[in-house]
Structures are given as structure tokens and as C-alpha cells.
Design a protein around this ligand. Structure first.
Ligand code: SAH
Ligand code: F3S
Length: 481
């Protein structure tokens, strides 16, 4: 998912689509991956039907919800710190209720209520439709917990309330859960089995976004390339589907094509791709449609075959290189980004060098890099010793980050002198005189505002760069407007 948003960054709510008759106030904050931010929009929608409007002011709230992340220990610590803050507010305002959503809720279940006495509500990622009932329980003075994982729930019928929106770019979720069982990863335990959402409901959500003026959609899933719709049901049960279901099934390449054709003036991105599931037809579909952005987030985690095996990643270094070669051959201008884990159990200096040499081969445009963090209940925690000392993990992580910075600069320099289409998203953080947007490759482009406006596609001549940002000057409106 265009990836982990800084775990310290909090998502606040914006009042969009709120109902005038609603009397109670909801404050919702999100941590972790884009899927969590997208889920919070589903939660805001469900609760707007149950009498809640969103507020940006926590002190005003009747209900505070925190959508949590368990991916690394640090993510959980960040949430615990926020809970301390909520508790302090609740001491002054005892009527305020506190609920925990998302992956920590699913991982800790009712244990959360024992550990954090001020919490009223614990709700896992598949149980959000039950929130109105659970809140009714809480209103009657009881704690409420629902952490049941579902085989069907995709929230396909919920129209999300867009939170914190720039009115230009939006997330649309297409799959939930993950069946991959990478040995380091807690997600299959917290988000359950993989299921895909009905393409018709995806297309109608996109249509609605278009009508509201949005210009770019990112299709979200833990593993989008394994998207498969055959009328509902788990991915793993596809073999049992009828012949008609099999013949009319829609895979990820098919879905991408449906999206690109349905809104030719809208841009499409997607995240995340797992290398083992990315097929040539997806790459060819990307190449065929100019409104599918030329960017693939393709986490590899390690460059060592031994470590890839220990992580239960279903491909080798060689197979990954083949995939990269295919992408470069079919779409020479495509950007590629990575996720890496430094210091997975048993990782030696040679394994680490394999990671560096893999990076040297690919020269990623961006990256999201982490030190290994042992997660309770995962296969790695049960079967392997977390045996790489912290200082070595840190040193290896730093080497990976430094190399990525070098490659980032190498890649941004390739854009110098070119004229590229940029979708304007917001004012630049550094200067109110400049716009910030992204090109097809997902690189941030900053340029003087002139007469251009948010939500417009502009052709920008790239004149300068850092390792992560392009700087330029607008030439004209792009033909996509
Ligand atoms: N498929 C998912 C991946 C979720 S986790 C997606 O759509 O984003 C995001 C990244 O966090 C992973 O690719 C991995 O690099 C990192 N990660 C996951 N578990 C981790 C752990 N236990 N320690 C360190 N990093 C981890
Ligand atoms: Fe996690 Fe691997 Fe799935 S990283 S989300 S188990 S693809």
C-alpha cells in the first residue's frame, strides 16, 4: 500500500458528508497502513448512520476511536502512548467513551480491557458493522468486544465518509486479509483470510468519487495481485467454484482494465503487489492504459535466498530479477519501490550483502525499510530465535537506507529536463507559493503555483531534484484535463 504512513502521524477527521441531524461527536485517529486509513472512512460512514458526526477536536468528542497497527512493536507503543493521552482527557470528561479498532484490537482481544482500564470498546477489522450495537452496550455501562474475523465481509456496500481528504486522491479497497503467511508478519492473524470485493461495487465507488471531483484512485489490498472475484468467497475456495463462476471470474489485470476504461480521465494506482502474484498480464495492462500510473510497490524484504525461504516468501532472488526485467522491458519508464527488513533471524553478513547487491541491481526509486521486530504468535516468533543483536540490525538498516538514498537520487536525476504530467494535490509543505503533486511514477513534484489549481493535471518541466523530490515549472495544462 503506498505504504506505511509514518506511525506517528495521526489522521484527524474532516467534516465531509456529515449529517445535520446527528447529535453525537466522533473523533477518530488512524495509525499504520493505508488500509487502516481507508477502514476509518468506513467506520465514519457506519457511525454517521448511527447518530455520529466527526470532529477534529478530541475534547468535544463523545466517542474516541483509535484505529491501530501491530506490524512492529514500535507501532503498538505509539498507540499505547496515545491511549495515555485519551485517558487523561477522559478523567476530565468521564462521559467520553474510548474504543480501540484495527490490528491491536484483533491481536489482544478482551485482554486489552484488562490492560487498559479506561477502554470501553474493542473491535476487530471485520466487525465494524457491529459498532452501533456495541456502542449501545457501552451506553448501558458495559464494555463491548467483537473481534470475530469474517470470510465474506468486504464492506463493499458501505460508502466511505472521506476523512482528511484533499478532494483529489482517494483510496478504494479491493481485497481484505492475506493468505500468504510470511513468517515475520502479524497481518494474516489480525486481518484474517483473503477475500475480494465485488468489481461492480468497486466501479460504483469510483464513479461516485469521479462525480465528487476526485481525480486519482489507489486500489488497496494487502496483496492486490491476488485479487480474484468469482461471485464471493475466499480465494482459497476458488477451485470449488462452478464452471460458470470460473469462466466469468475477474482477476487483478481484469479489474485494472475495468477501472481504467470506466474512468478514462481518472488516474489509477494500486498497492501492494506481492512479487509471487504479479503476472505479465498485469504489467501488460499497465502498459496499455495511460491512466494507470507507471509505478509498482514490489516489496522483497531480503536479497538472500536463504532468508527469503525462512520468511516463507514464495519466490527466489532469481525469480524476482526476472520480474524486474519484465517490468523494465514492457514499461521502461516504470518506477519501482521496495520494503526491506534488516536483521531477520539467522541473517548473516553475507545475507545482508545479498540484500545490498539486489538493491544495486534494481536501483529502487523509493523504499520503506525496517529493522526486524519479533511479533507474538507469528511463525518466526515460535520457531526462530531473534538472534541478530540490535546494534547489528541498526547498522545493517542504516546501510540499506543510505544505499536507497543514493539510488533515489540516481532515479530522480533521470527526470531532469523532462516534461511530466503532474496532478496537483496540495500546497507544498515548504512554501505556500508552490504546489505539490505527483507524476505517474509517484515521485513528488513541487512547482510555482501560478494560475493553476488543486485537482488539475499540469505538464511540468523538471529542472532540479533531491533524492526524493522533483522541482520544476509548469509549462501548460496537460491534455488529460
Ligand atoms: N502486504 C502488505 C504488507 C504489510 S506489512 C501491504 O500491503 O503493505 C508492510 C511491511 O512491513 C512489510 O512489507 C515488511 O517489510 C514490514 N514488516 C512486516 N512485519 C514486520 C516485522 N515483524 N518486522 C519488521 N518489519 C515488518
Ligand atoms: Fe504480511 Fe506477507 Fe501478507 S508481509 S500482509 S503476510 S504478503
Amino acid at each position: 500500500m503506498e505504504k506505511i504512513i509514518d506511525e506517528n502521524k495521526q489522521g484527524e477527521s474532516l467534516i465531509l458528508d456529515d449529517k445535520k441531524t446527528n447529535s453525537r461527536k466522533l473523533y477518530i485517529e488512524s495509525y499504520g497502513c493505508q488500509m487502516n486509513f481507508s477502514d476509518s472512512e468506513i467506520v465514519a460512514s457506519i457511525l454517521s448512520e448511527a447518530g455520529f458526526n466527526t470532529t477534529n477536536n478530541i475534547e468535544d468528542a463523545d466517542l474516541v476511536l483509535v484505529n491501530t497497527c501491530s506490524i512492529r512493536e514500535k507501532a503498538e507503543q505509539t498507540v499505547r502512548k496515545r491511549l495515555e493521552k485519551y485517558n487523561a482527557i477522559k478523567r476530565i470528561n468521564p462521559g467520553m467513551k474510548i474504543g480501540v479498532l484495527g490490528c491491536m484490537a484483533e491481536r489482544l482481544k478482551s485482554k486489552f480491557l484488562e490492560e487498559e482500564k479506561m477502554i470501553d470498546l474493542v473491535v476487530g477489522p471485520d466487525a465494524y458493522k457491529d459498532l452501533p450495537n456495541l456502542i449501545a452496550e457501552v451506553d448501558e455501562g458495559r464494555n463491548a468486544v467483537n473481534v470475530i474475523l469474517s470470510k465474506e465481509e468486504t464492506y463493499g456496500d458501505i460508502a466511505p465518509v472521506r476523512l482528511n481528504s484533499n478532494g483529489v486522491t482517494a483510496f478504494v479497497s479491493i481485497t481484505r486479509g492475506c493468505d500468504n503467511m510470511c513468517t515475520f508478519c502479524v497481518v494474516p492473524f489480525t486481518r484474517g483470510r483473503e477475500r475480494s470485493r465485488d468489481p461492480q461495487s468497486i466501479l460504483s465507488e469510483i464513479q461516485d468519487l469521479w462525480e465528487k471531483g476526485f481525480k486519482e484512485v489507489t486500489l488497496l489490498g494487502q496483496n492486490v495481485d491476488s485479487y480474484l472475484w468469482y461471485g464471493g468467497g475466499l480465494k482459497k475456495d476458488f477451485e470449488k467454484a462452478s464452471e460458470i463462476q470460473k469462466a466469468t471470474a475477474v482477476n487483478f489485470a481484469g479489474l485494472l482494465e475495468l477501472c481504467a476504461k470506466s474512468q478514462p480521465k481518472m488516474r489509477f494506482r494500486f498497492s501492494t503487489s506481492n512479487p509471487q502474484d504479479m503476472t505479465l498480464d498485469v504489467i501488460e495492462t499497465m502498459a496499455k492504459y495511460s491512466n494507470i500510473c507507471k509505478y509498482i510497490h514490489l516489496p522483497v524484504q531480503s536479497g538472500s535466498d536463504k532468508i527469503l525461504r525462512a520468511m516463507n516468501r514464495q519466490h527466489t532472488r532469481e525469480e524476482y530479477f526476472n520480474l524486474i526485467n519484465n517490468i523494465r522491458e514492457i514499461m521502461p519508464d516504470c518506477s519501482i519501490s521496495q520494503d526491506m527488513i534488516a536483521g531477520f533471524p539467522t541473517e548473516t553478513e553475507d545475507d545482508h550483502k545479498d540484500t545490498l547487491s539486489l538493491m544495486e541491481y534494481v536501483k529502487y526509486d523509493f523504499g520503506f525499510m525496517f529493522a526486524y521486530s519479533e511479533r507474538p504468535g507469528t511463525l518466526a516468533e515460535r520457531k526462530l530465535n531473534d538472534d541478530v543483536p540490535e546494534d547489528i540490525k541498526k547498522r545493517r538498516l542504516n546501510e540499506i537506507i543510505q544505499l536507497q538514498q543514493k539510488h533515489g537520487l540516481y532515479r530522480t536525476r533521470q527526470h531532469l529536463g523532462k516534461i511530466e504530467e503532474v496532478l496537483i494535490e496540495k500546497p507544498s509543505k515548504k512554501s505556500n507559493e508552490h504546489w505539490s503533486g505527483r507524476n505517474s511514477q509517484n515521485t513528488v513534484v513541487v512547482f510555482p503555483k501560478e494560475h493553476y489549481k488543486v485537482g488539475e493535471f499540469v505538464d511540468v518541466k523538471i529542472t532540479d531534484c533531491t533524492s526524493a523530490t522533483l522541482i520544476g515549472e509548469a509549462v501548460s495544462y496537460s491534455k488529460n484535463n
